[in-house]
Design a protein around this ligand. Sequence first.
Ligand SMILES: Cc1cc2nc3c(=O)[nH]c(=O)nc-3n(C[C@H](O)[C@H](O)[C@H](O)COP(=O)(O)OP(=O)(O)OC[C@H]3O[C@@H](n4cnc5c(N)ncnc54)[C@H](O)[C@@H]3O)c2cc1C
Length: 339
Amino acid sequence: MLKIETNHSLGQYTTIKVGTIADYFAVLKSKADLLEALAFSKKNKQPITVLGGGSNILFSQRIKGLVLKNEIKGIKIIEKNKTRVLVEGLSGESWSKFVAFTADHKFYGLENLFLIYGTVGAAPVQNIGAYGVEFKDSFHHLLAFDLKTGQEKIFSSADCHFGYRDSVFKNKFKGRYFIYSVVMSLALKPNFQLGYGSIKEKLAEKGIKKIKIRDIVNVIAEIRNGKLPNPQSLPNSGSFFKNPEISKLKFKKLQQKYSEIPSFPGQANKVKIPAGWLIEQSGFKGKKFGPVRMYEKQALILVNEGGASAKQVLSLVNKVKAAVKKKFDLDLSEEVNII
Ligand SMILES: Cc1cc2nc3c(=O)[nH]c(=O)nc-3n(C[C@H](O)[C@H](O)[C@H](O)COP(=O)(O)OP(=O)(O)OC[C@H]3O[C@@H](n4cnc5c(N)ncnc54)[C@H](O)[C@@H]3O)c2cc1C
């Protein structure tokens, strides 16, 4: 039987180590647990909030209803032909374990996404991406449960409306579904994406010429570990903001004023500006506000030295947004889900 706790503290379950209290809380280990939780929610008219690894969530107020911590795990190969393989991950599985499984089997496509925190089920929510690769590039379909009706629904890629750190699960269907499993379509031959970050340089440094998938995974791990603060020693939730995408015209105007402004191609002919640069130029890199600050090595990451409240985090978030707006007339939007 599912153990449902009351007035449960949530901070420990988020990588930024900030949290409030949930009215009800349960850990799911199986589909049966999920169905029991859905029945509880329906019977007691309690809304559900889904929690994966907590690496992209800020709990900012008391959470009404039932918080479900997803630990439904499993990985399996479901179909293979001459060129591709379908691999299914249950949604509470660690994303990095899932990527490691595919790399061990020499299934290609996810290697650049190694070591992104969190669970398989959260990966489609914001279409995770790193080093020139996005989740959607290898996505096949997913199975979700409607949190209100309990009905199952299969989502194809088109149904998910993937965008830059975006999907239907952050918009039209925000909070509506429990993603139960995800199926990825991976190639049996490599097509490595080496053009982003310092992947090529790192491989060259190591003298690797005949590149294997494990080399990429190792190099990605090395780059990420060197650059990003480990939430276990310095609590954070990765990039706090999205990189703003602006029109070419607006970019040209900004370039006239700030000739050194960095950019890279965005979606639909737009130009993406690194939010970290905007934050740094606005004077926030490394500047402390009580226990919180924008990280000195990467200004896009908001770190909690310990003991920060949601109010302190949001106060810094609002300060940063206001300063970037004032200096560049650009609106930053949060990548982290503020609940
Ligand atoms: C140090 C660090 C580095 C990071 N680097 C990157 C990066 O390079 N690229 C990148 O894209 N992200 C990055 N992230 C962000 C984070 O790793 C991803 O967003 C990840 O997918 C979040 O997974 P999670 O399980 O922790 O989700 P959570 O934080 O638990 O949840 C995130 C959102 O998804 C919803 N959700 C979770 N599981 C489900 C489910 N099964 N069904 C329905 N909704 C669900 C939650 O309700 C919430 O709204 C980083 C985070 C950290 C801390």
